[in-house]
Ligand binder design. Sequence first.
Ligand SMILES: [Zn+2]
Length: 134
Amino acid sequence: MNLEVKKKEFEWYLRDYFFKENKDKCDQDLIKDFKKDEVPPSLIKTYLRYRNSDPNEIRDLLNIVTSNMQKNNIIIENDEIISIYSNLDRKQCVQCYYINYLFKNEPLQCSKCNSKDLREFPPKKLSKENNKLS
Ligand SMILES: [Zn+2]
């Protein structure tokens, strides 16, 4: 697997991680600051994909990906603390079905096929029956 693919894959897992850490939390309770040295062990623990990975390799990937994210103004990195501006929205691409995790200040665009046709994932169920009853 080449480095470009590895980086892209790693970024997906990192976004998934930020998303899950903040799932079900309201805005005020969001974890916005992540200690950078705690991220690689958490990723290795959380994701089967990285279960047998070398922590040093994860750390290297994290450094590359977070410095890119910082350049794109998605995160701030300071004194080994990764700060995120907002939680992420999970959106599925209508064209290629890829699941995207997007920060609120990022353009709505699929990172796999560049389509702008994204929808909430999982789709919100609008139950008319329940609305009638309540
Ligand atoms: Zn797509």
